[in-house]
Design a protein around this ligand. Structure first.
Ligand code: ZN
Length: 60
């Protein structure tokens, strides 16, 4: 959750995660390699984006 909040405030880093953590031909994350996609980091970035577009703007 902390990681999500952190990424919600860092759109640049979030975008980089979403750019690099993409599935390869076998359905694994290109950056994590071993992990099935969507990997943990990618999901955190997606959740952070959701938080950014909803939550943080309201409380800012
Ligand atoms: Zn990954």
């Amino acid at each position: 959750m902390l990681m999500v909040k952190l990424l919600a405030r860092m759109p640049d880093l979030r975008q980089r995660v979403q750019t690099e953590h993409v599935p390869d031909e076998s359905g694994h994350c290109r950056d994590c390699r071993e992990a099935q996609w969507p990997c943990e980091l990618y999901q955190i970035a997606v959740n952070a984006e959701r938080l950014d577009t909803r939550g943080l703007r309201l409380s800012a």
